[in-house]
Design a protein around this ligand. Structure first.
Ligand code: GDP
Length: 528
């Protein structure tokens, strides 16, 4: 019997996330990407297959007993001989640090823009997070079946707001009612839009010389002009520049009409990078962990807790960084705690036989009772510490006010525990006894308030705090001390005891940056 060497397995993984502003079409695109890949059986449904029966029962037991819904966290499909892991980033109201952290587990991202709106505020923030690790971004401009901004305006918008070079890979023929299809600039072929064609409205590509016959004169004229402009004025696509996060290749389509979706799948297969070398610390020395390394390692990027107060179970989502993971394996955290991973939740592509193994780029869910925290590293020897999952500067800060001051110790424990889980962040101002909690999204605050009440039985209100944001202060100890001395009422410690500046406004942050050039006021803090 021959087994595939692990190097071959990890190299076929493409792990990515979709980023967008609400309503741009992320959900619709996700569904249709999976449909186009022939894998509408999502992770949750894949388990109905006979050969995966054991896994199915494991999973269902976890979901039923513990009330945790994990099905949609990772969606796996195969396309062109590659295994794609699409990581779900929670959208809409449940926007939180989870969304940001998920990006730390992805090797690339698809940015979806609404063609009528261009770059919107949340897109901007998510791209900022991609930048922390220079994650390559591929752009899909959606809703071409509706009236859209001119393609050149959209490209300018990306360039201006996101400082990304744009390389149009396609050029659309008008939009809305007049939308005729897109020109594939590289292959010089025209893909006609056939709105009545049923499942996929991307028609068979025709040579550019034949497109005139498929379009009205005015649409054809506009398209020819646009193509000329794109070829003359836009930079050519450069794979290295994309991989380094400087350039984004741009595609156009309609997720709802399933136009351009197969082309997007193909594009991703063509350009998206697989697992990369990760920076880590091994026994106090800086090291690089390569996806083909023998030792199994990974890091926790998300922890999903049970909302049922009678169960304290959690599922830790671990992105594997190296090695061949096998069910039943013993792993150690960077803090030396060991656990036997007997019932990991694994995410499968359809028809994959080796359900008991996973490789770099894959995600496994590990049920545990609170042992694993967001940011933890895991490895066989317990000697690897990954550079870390960052905490992000909170945009909502609330002061915890107790009904019964005697419960302060109790509250401290509850808030610390939730901060360790990554639900919210916790800050202790150096003056006064208040607790300040921070989050990047409102839902985080609501989840926290609910859990403090339900799980810990503490009567507490979270009232507005006079701060707009928190920044981690970095610099020499002497400089930090001097700054802290001058701003006593605005200094706090985070859960690790690191100094934080609680700023009343963004202006106050820039002002401090100017006045204290030797200090840095960080928007993200790496946890390790
Ligand atoms: P999300 O918030 O980014 O996940 O966006 P959704 O996928 O939920 O889409 C938001 C709305 O836009 C829904 O009403 C979709 O039907 C609609 N939508 C998504 N893609 C398209 C498209 O290509 N064309 C049109 N006309 N509507 C779309």
């Amino acid at each position: 019997m021959t087994t595939t060497p692990p190097s071959a397995e990890w190299a076929t993984r493409r792990t990515y996330a979709i980023i967008s502003h609400p309503d741009a079409g992320k959900t619709t695109l996700t569904e249709n990407l999976l449909f186009a890949a022939g894998s509408i059986r999502l992770a949750g449904q894949v388990r109905a297959r006979g050969e995966n029966r054991r896994t199915r029962s494991d999973w269902m037991k976890i979901e039923q007993d513990r009330g945790i819904s994990v099905s949609a966290s990772v969606m796996t499909y195969e396309h062109r001989g590659l295994t794609f892991n699409l990581l779900d980033t929670p959208g809409h109201e449940d926007f939180s640090e989870d969304t940001y952290r998920t990006l730390t587990a992805a090797d690339s991202a698809i940015m979806v823009l609404d063609a009528a709106r261009g770059v919107e505020p949340r897109t901007l923030k998510l791209v900022e997070v991609c930048r922390l690790r220079d994650i390559p971004i591929l752009t899909f401009i959606n809703k071409l079946d509706r009236e859209a901004l001119a393609p050149e305006e959209l490209l300018d918008d990306i360039q201006d707001k996101l400082a990304l070079d744009t390389a149009p890979m396609q050029w659309p023929a008008a939009s809305g009612q007049r939308f005729g299809g897109v020109m594939d600039l590289k292959r010089d072929a025209f893909i006609p839009f056939r709105p009545d064609a049923g499942e996929l409205s991307s028609g068979r590509p025709v040579p550019a010389s034949e497109m005139a016959g498929l379009l009205s004169d005015d649409v054809h004229g506009e398209l020819v002009e646009g193509i000329d402009m794109a070829r003359e004025l836009c930079p050519a696509y450069n794979q290295q520049s994309y991989e380094e996060g400087h350039m984004t290749p741009v595609y156009f389509g309609s997720a709802l009409r399933r136009f351009g979706v197969v082309e997007l799948l193909d594009a991703l297969a063509e350009v998206a990078p697989g697992p990369q070398v990760e920076k880590a610390v091994v026994r106090k020395a800086e090291a690089e962990i390569a996806p083909g390394d023998k030792q199994v390692s990974g890091f926790v990027f998300k922890v999903q807790a049970n909302m049922d107060p009678n169960h304290r179970d959690r599922v830790a989502f671990v992105r594997l960084a190296s090695g061949r993971f096998k069910r039943g394996m013993k792993l150690k955290t960077d803090k030396g705690k060991s656990l036997t991973v007997s019932s990991p939740i694994m995410f499968f592509a359809q028809d994959r036989e080796i359900a008991d193994e996973a490789f770099a780029g894959d995600v496994i869910g590990i049920p545990n009772h609170g042992l694993l925290r967001v940011g933890d590293s895991l490895s066989e020897a317990g000697d690897i510490l990954f550079a870390g999952i960052p905490n992000f500067a909170p945009e909502i800060l609330r002061r915890a006010r107790l009904a019964d001051p005697l419960k302060a110790k109790h509250l401290k424990k509850a808030l610390e525990s939730l901060a360790e889980e990554g639900v919210t962040q916790l800050f202790r101002p150096v003056i006064g006894g208040d607790f300040i909690v921070g989050a990047v999204g409102q839902l985080q605050i609501e989840v926290m308030a609910e859990r403090v009440a339900a799980e810990y039985g503490i009567d507490v209100t979270f009232e507005a705090a006079p701060y707009e944001t928190a920044r981690w202060i970095s610099g020499s100890d002497a400089d930090i001390e001097k700054f802290a001395d001058r701003h006593k009422s605005a200094i706090a410690e985070d859960i690790d005891g690191d100094p934080v500046f609680l700023a009343k406004s963004a202006w106050e942050v820039s002002y401090s940056e100017e006045k204290w050039p030797d200090l840095k006021f960080l928007r993200a803090k790496e946890r390790n």
